[in-house]
Design a protein around this ligand. Structure first.
Ligand SMILES: [Fe+2]
Length: 214
């Protein structure tokens, strides 16, 4: 994958005039300070591509919540799998960015592993919505819902999940039930979210890429 990628968003990789992110160090990250996106601060130099690349290099270097890869490697692998499977650029971007909500939610990924749902799909979608349309943000928003759907609707799927993913499933509400199933399936972005979910589940290879291509 070329980096910076061709982003399927308004403004491409250009400047964003209303946005700045504060990227914390690891010591801060594990304490009370979170990466915070603030619309009320002036723009960063470089725009969203540099901003996101900075998150991959800082927050992304952390372990991916009980999995044998870093968070950045996990998302890069998900995007590589999406490309391999011929996904369109928007869905490749969604795969690349699907867990960015772990960095931007007010509740951390570590809190998720301690039993508090950080709603990282919704947090990531809201953050990405500054630059991307629903073809990117909706699969991101729905990728946890897709896991909950597949656990209920697809025999054998739950048995393929990692130990950490089984744990977070409980925190995130468990398998869907009743009307929730049909409601999810009828959504216009459910198929894309399910595709993203399968790449997400597979993108935990400790021998896979761990850095951004130069
Ligand atoms: Fe993920």
């Amino acid at each position: 994958m070329a980096w910076p990628p061709h982003w399927p968003c308004c403004g491409g990789s250009g400047q964003n005039s209303q946005f700045r992110v504060r990227v914390t160090g690891r010591a801060e990250r594990e304490g009370t300070t979170r990466t915070q996106a603030r619309r009320d601060e002036p723009a960063t130099a470089g725009g969203p591509v540099q901003l996101i690349a900075g998150l991959f290099a800082s927050e992304g270097a952390a372990e991916y919540l009980g999995e044998p890869v870093t968070q950045a490697a996990h998302m890069l692998q998900a995007a590589a799998l999406a490309e391999r499977d011929g996904a369109d650029p928007a869905l490749v971007a969604a795969a690349l960015l699907h867990d960015v909500g772990h960095f931007t939610s007010t509740v951390s990924g570590q809190d998720l592993m301690r039993g508090t749902d950080n709603a990282h799909g919704a947090a990531g979608a809201a953050w990405l919505g500054q630059w991307f349309g629903p073809e990117v943000t909706e699969p991101v928003r729905l990728h946890v819902a897709a896991k909950r759907y597949l656990c209920a609707a697809e025999p054998g799927y739950a048995a393929t999940l990692s130990e950490a993913s089984v744990y977070t499933l409980k925190v995130q509400g468990g398998p869907m039930q009743g009307a929730e199933l049909a409601e999810f399936a009828a959504g216009p972005h459910s198929a894309a979210a399910i595709r993203l979910r399968r790449w997400d589940d597979a993108a935990k290879d400790p021998a896979g890429p761990e850095t951004l291509p130069q």
